[in-house]
Ligand binder design. Structure first.
Ligand SMILES: C[S@@+](CC[C@H](N)C(=O)[O-])C[C@H]1O[C@@H](n2cnc3c(N)ncnc32)[C@H](O)[C@@H]1O
Length: 192
């Protein structure tokens, strides 16, 4: 199967990536997100996942096909912004399709094999922890995702090592590295 992962600048966060807009697309414009969602639905019928933030959910979901679901990445360590109460402490992942039809039945009494639609994971080593829209990791890119989050997104889609996934906005390239760990575990000390 061929999947896509899209982690574009979040709606309203365009300024954080201004110097990275070779095609002149503005992510503060809902039409840009609509074009992306149409591309995902048209070009990736096997499945896709789209990261976003909670303020954009009410705008993005009406643009999505009816059969999307929403997963929650819950961040125990997150930014507190002055005047914002409660704090924004989770990020949605809109996803569709994947290897989720006719799932295998788990062995009686065995380990659960069904992924959960939430992940509780902090952001690792962060400095500084607070920026305008998002969290900046030491990696120097606003919105860079931890490996754990990429791994969970692959689980939401039921990604197997035979599958492909196009990371449409690779940033630090972390999704590619996590995929490589699954596809070439020997290169990573046998840890898949
Ligand atoms: C949220 S970051 C992606 C982070 C990435 N998933 C990671 O974990 O490292 C969004 C990325 O999209 C890139 N970007 C923004 N607008 C773009 C455009 N119009 N075309 C291609 N890339 C763009 C930015 O440069 C940035 O690297």
């Amino acid at each position: 199967m061929k999947f896509a992962y899209a982690d574009p600048p979040y709606l309203g966060c365009c300024r954080l990536y201004q110097h990275h807009h070779p095609d002149g697309l503005c992510w503060d414009n809902l039409d840009t997100h609509q074009l992306l969602i149409e591309r995902l639905a048209d070009e990736y019928p096997d499945g896709w996942a789209l990261s976003c933030h909670t303020p954009s959910l009410r705008h993005l979901l009406p643009l999505c096909p009816d059969d999307v679901r929403v997963g929650a990445w819950v961040k125990p360590f997150h930014a507190y912004k002055k005047g914002v109460r409660p704090a924004y402490a989770w990020e949605p992942v809109i996803y569709r399709g994947g290897r989720n039809a006719n799932p295998p039945v788990p062995e009686k009494g065995g380990k659960a094999i069904t992924p959960k639609d939430f992940l509780i994971a902090d952001l690792g080593d962060i400095d500084p922890p607070v920026v305008a829209c998002n969290i900046t990791l030491k990696k120097g890119l606003t919105g860079a995702k931890p490996e754990l989050v990429c791994d969970w997104i692959l689980n939401l889609l039921g990604f197997t090592p035979e599958d492909e996934i196009d990371d449409l906005y690779p940033g630090t390239g972390v999704m590619g590295r996590v995929v490589m760990q699954r596809q070439e575990p020997d290169l990573f000390g046998g840890v898949a």
